[in-house]
Design a protein. Structure first.
Length: 305
């Protein structure tokens, strides 16, 4: 009896995977390689040979069968709002009131192949091209937290639209929320922070007045973004905490979440501080720790307007 139940379970897992992969190929044009990357992203990794064996009805271990079956079902539900019916032995559409389509990204960058899963940029702030590439995959939310956001503001009023602004507009068109948060220049902490840094960096003596100018620039940018009336929202906040690091975060609540973090080093220009890049899927614990910190900054931040 136990053996027959095991065989029945294996047959169901084979059916889930085989029909799921076929569905993804027919409707989403995904190759098996794409499916493998997506399974890895959602922590249901199976090897290419294992998936191929399952699809072709060849022998596969029960544990890997279950891993693949659960992962395939998750991909299909998140991307297509379809669930596998045990009675019909087919995928059928399931309407859930809070369901929103989420295309699971394929983790194919250098971080995916790294054993540690952390990419380090020792020279400091990444190029604008790298930054636009990083945020372009966002499907729900982009969050940037800095000190003055002077560079961020400059992307809009000191560079060609094609270099950065058009990328933000593209995200807003897709319904993505873009949030930026800077140190409130009117807070006591801002005075203490910049005065302390000015001890070893003379340029920080003007940082407070420059921050106030950035606030004015961001107010104008907020008004401009509202006039587009896109589905997504552009939001600016001010926080009142000691700045410990810069955050650039994409889809923190989703499986494809990723971060760029740059810790502020005393005596070193912020633009020169090393940058760490990592994903939620590859560095779950590290991602979680920084997410706690990010939420703490945003919790009591006030909207600029």
């Amino acid at each position: 009896m136990k053996k027959s139940l095991r065989l029945d379970k294996e047959a169901r897992f084979y059916n889930i995977v085989q029909k799921g992969v076929a569905l993804l190929q027919d409707t989403q044009s995904y190759t098996q390689r794409s499916v493998i990357h997506k399974l890895k992203m959602i922590n249901h990794a199976v090897s290419a040979s294992t998936l191929s064996n399952i699809v072709n009805g060849k022998k596969a271990g029960l544990q890997m069968l279950k891993m693949a079956a659960n992962g395939i079902q998750k991909i299909i539900f998140q991307e297509m709002s379809m669930e596998y019916s045990w009675d019909a032995q087919e995928y059928i559409v399931k309407k859930h009131p809070n369901w929103k389509p989420y295309i699971i990204p394929e983790e194919v960058n250098s971080i995916a192949s790294s054993d540690v899963g952390v990419e380090i940029y020792p020279d400091g702030r990444v190029s604008i091209q790298k930054k636009t590439e990083f945020i372009s995959t966002a499907q729900k939310e982009v969050i940037e937290v800095g000190v003055r956001l002077k560079t961020f503001a400059g992307y809009f009023d000191s560079r060609k639209d094609t270099e950065y602004k058009d990328y933000i507009l593209s995200l807003l068109k897709k319904g993505v929320t873009v949030k930026v948060c800077m140190l409130d220049p009117e807070s006591n902490l801002a005075h203490l922070y910049f005065d302390d840094r000015a001890i070893v960096q003379a340029s920080e003596k003007e940082a407070l007045s420059e921050s106030r100018k950035v606030v004015t620039r961001l107010k104008l940018l907020l008004q401009e973004m509202k006039e587009y009336r896109y589905p997504g929202s552009f939001e600016v906040y001010l926080y009142r905490h000691v700045p410990y690091n810069h955050f650039l975060v994409v889809d923190p609540s989703l499986e494809g979440g990723k971060m760029m973090i740059s810790h502020y080093i005393f005596g070193v220009r912020r633009a020169e501080c090393p940058v760490l890049e990592f994903t939620r899927s590859k560095q779950k614990n590290l991602f979680g720790k920084y997410l706690v910190s990010l939420m703490a900054y945003l919790k009591d931040a006030r909207s600029l307007i």
